[in-house]
Design a protein around this ligand. Structure first.
Ligand code: CUA
Length: 314
């Protein structure tokens, strides 16, 4: 049952890039090394129990040999070998040299969601990071508040998001698909629910997606137009941004194309009208600690038109 997890979409032993393959090899080297140590220690322990006790004579050197050999020489040799594996993997997963990648995505951690910016395009999205396949991409990570850590186990190592710093890694995923990521530094109440998807697409499909994300959504009509009124009068725009409207908030996720995403609240809920309605009504029920306040005081009709408006933003 434990091994069943090894094949999952968020497992380091299920690598999908060259960097992740190197980390996978390191993981196995460490695992084998740890098992050798464990087996040796258990063997010696059992041996100590079953052997007949005889008091060592005064000039018996064997106890000193065991302490020097087992307590010093063996650990130094073994840790040096394992360190060699680490040194071997480090260049492949360290900061990419300037100019070695073809594009940059800025990732900003927030309590508790992910913001993705595509410099030079104006496109901003949340919780679903689209990347082109077979393209080295520099991931530049920052934080808006506390320390988070960006980690997509199948694509590369984790990279901490530290206040006042920008850290960088490279992702170069050869195969289109969806790879799950997770915040891996405890950042508060909503840490466990701070997940994201990396959606790797064929380059042409990616370019099409990016072009769409740069568009200002068309003016809504019907119920959705009423929803825009609710959005503005309820004060949603003080936390959220929607391009082409007066909403320019920076606290919550950018909602310019929220209808095009498949999940809401950092993968906590599917992006369906019902789930969005429930989320707007009482976010704390689904994600304790989220900055989003509940809007159960709004009449149900207004909440439904708000949902219609948000779902129209594709
Ligand atoms: Cu963000 Cu843990």
């Amino acid at each position: 049952m434990l091994f069943a997890g090894c094949n999952s979409n968020q497992s380091i032993v299920n690598p999908a890039t060259e960097q992740a393959r190197q980390i996978d090899r390191l993981w196995w080297a460490m695992f084998v090394g740890a098992m050798v140590v464990f087996a040796t220690v258990v063997f010696l322990l059992v041996l100590a129990f079953v052997r007949r006790r005889t008091a060592p004579s005064h000039d018996d050197r064997r106890p000193y040999m065991v302490v020097v050999g087992g307590g010093f020489v063996a650990p130094v040799v073994l840790l040096a070998i394992l360190f060699g594996f680490v040194i071997d993997v480090m260049p492949a997963v360290s900061t990419p040299p300037a100019g070695s990648t073809r594009m940059t995505v800025v990732v900003i951690g927030h309590q508790y969601f992910w913001e993705f910016r595509y410099p030079g395009t104006g496109a901003i999205t949340a919780n679903e990071l689209h990347l082109p396949a077979n393209t080295p991409v520099e991931i530049a990570v920052r934080t808006a508040d506390v320390i988070h850590s960006f980690w997509v186990p199948r694509l590369n190592r984790k990279i901490d998001m530290i206040p006042g710093r920008t850290n960088r890694i490279e992702i170069d995923a050869p195969t289109p698909g969806v790879y799950r990521g997770q915040c891996s530094e405890f950042c508060g109440e909503g840490h466990a629910l701070m997940a994201f998807d990396v959606i790797v697409q064929p380059p042409a499909a990616f370019r099409q997606w990016l072009a769409n994300q740069q568009q200002t959504p068309p003016a809504p009509s019907g119920v959705a137009a009423a929803g825009l009124q609710v959005f503005q009068s309820a004060g949603c725009g003080s936390c959220h941004m929607i391009a082409g409207t007066s909403a320019v908030g920076q606290v919550g996720p950018d909602l310019t194309h929220v209808g095009s995403r498949s999940t809401i609240a950092a993968l906590t809920l599917p992006n369906t009208p019902q789930a969005l309605y429930d989320w707007i009504t009482d976010p704390q029920r689904y994600k304790p600690g989220a900055r989003m306040p509940g809007f159960s005081s709004l009449p149900a009709g207004q909440r439904h038109s708000l949902v219609a408006y948000l779902e129209s933003l594709r």
